[in-house]
Design a protein around this ligand. Structure first.
Ligand SMILES: [Zn+2]
Ligand SMILES: [Zn+2]
Length: 180
């Protein structure tokens, strides 16, 4: 599958190339084989995109919808989260000087580069998946999390810590009233 995401620009049709594909976690992790992979599992992703060109500039417009699995930030149980959204990439041929170390202008930072006659969509899609993952992962908005005192998962169990804390506060309040 991954080879079919390499676009041969020399045979790109005038009207653009419409691509739909589905990928899984093994494909996703391959994108990061040279570095540190993200700590979530990609349960699956569906991508729909159009690759078109205007002169040397290549446009990739599309949308993705997927699901990821990661530990909930509050209770640490595995949480399934839907991700998705639209994306746009603009790619221009890499000039010799842009490859060198120098300050990039704001416009250049929003532009990606390609070299030769091929564009590999895989790294772009993988980057987009990472960008679409929310900062905070919750198994549910109502997740009660772990008890900060004894560590019990308050979604599935209970403990006496909270009650004791409340009793202490009540006791303090009673003393306060008595003193008045
Ligand atoms: Zn949770
Ligand atoms: Zn507790």
């Amino acid at each position: 599958m991954s080879d079919s995401l390499k676009i041969n620009l020399t045979i790109l049709p005038e009207e653009g190339l419409h691509l739909t594909f589905s990928e899984d976690d093994a494909w996703f992790k391959e994108c990061f084989s040279g570095g540190e992979p993200p700590d979530f599992t990609l349960t699956g992703v569906d991508v729909d995109c159009l690759v078109s060109r205007s002169g040397d500039t290549i446009y990739i417009r599309g949308r993705l919808a997927g699901r990821i699995r990661q530990a909930c930030d509050r209770c640490l149980e595995q949480a399934d989260v839907a991700i998705g959204g639209d994306f746009v990439y603009t790619l221009v041929p890499e000039k010799a000087e842009t490859a060198e170390e120098r300050e990039l202008t704001a416009e250049e930072l929003e532009t990606s580069y390609y070299r030769g006659d091929f564009i590999d969509l895989a790294p772009l899609i993988c980057e987009e998946i990472v960008l679409q993952v929310p900062m905070k992962i919750l198994c549910s908005e109502q997740c009660k999390g772990l008890c900060p005192n004894c560590g019990v998962n308050l979604n599935t169990g209970s403990c006496n810590c909270r009650r004791e804390m409340t009793d202490e506060r009540l006791a303090a309040l009673k003393n306060f009233r008595v003193k008045n």
